[in-house]
Ligand binder design. Sequence first.
Ligand code: ZN
Length: 309
Amino acid sequence: MQIIGLTMHRLKQRIKKALIPRNKLLVFNFHQSTPVFNSHKNDKYIWSDLEFFESQINYLKDNFEILRLDQAIRELRSGKLKRTMVSITFDDGDISVQDHVIPLLTKLNVPATFFINTSYLTTEQKGYWFNIYNYFNSDPEKRKKYLSEETKEIAGNLRNTNDPGYYLGNYKKIEVLSEFINKDTDFYLRLEFLKILNHELFTIGLHGHEHQRFSMMTKSWQKNDLLSNIEILSKFNIYTPIFAIPFGKPHDWNNDTLEVCKDLGLEVAFANGGYNVKNNFGILRIPVDGLDISRVLSSLHPFLKRYYY
Ligand SMILES: [Zn+2]
């Protein structure tokens, strides 16, 4: 019976593989990459060791054609895709993008697209509840001094609550701690840095002015936030009108988000896995921070769930 079970498993794997189309776009999603993990700034779920990241990029370079996401979308929508193509994306505009990722991609001559939150590049605010909480929580002394039981509970709930009233009533209780962060601590790249990027290799897109869960916000908040994000980024010649939804999972956006994007003429990108074929709505991205991409590819599934209305 065991042998039959094993054969069935292999057969299923083969059928699954055969059903994955050859002509598709794979979009990989990263956040942070540094040579050394820094617990004040890095989170293990969104971080890649730089050397490992380089090996992953070389694997992609050896096996696929890599395009900037805006170029890849054009090919995808035109129906001209004749093979599997790859795009590399980074979310948030983390400081490591400026310090390590872009220098490395430039050296390797590999294109990429970066989704940027603009609020923290143009104000004193050091970031949003997730990175601010991690900054204090990663140091026992700071944790004791600044984090109350209430803030710990809030931090645990914000990521997954489905109650907009709770989210709106609480996220600022963590974000106000920004003023106690050392002024020299930089979490994000500098706006001026975007001016000097190679426009052949790199484009920048939207990730919200603030990094909030759009599903928790009113429609007018969502629109105004995106308008601020667009106003700042569209001044750069490497700007492309694609919005990678912050967090990017199905419970992080709603119908209002899609309507606002439609009104503003934006392409929408998710971060919930899956590959892209000609007619899918929006752009599906696969989160791969710290992961072995060849293994991720062997787990591609042809019956993926579609997360749109
Ligand atoms: Zn993000």
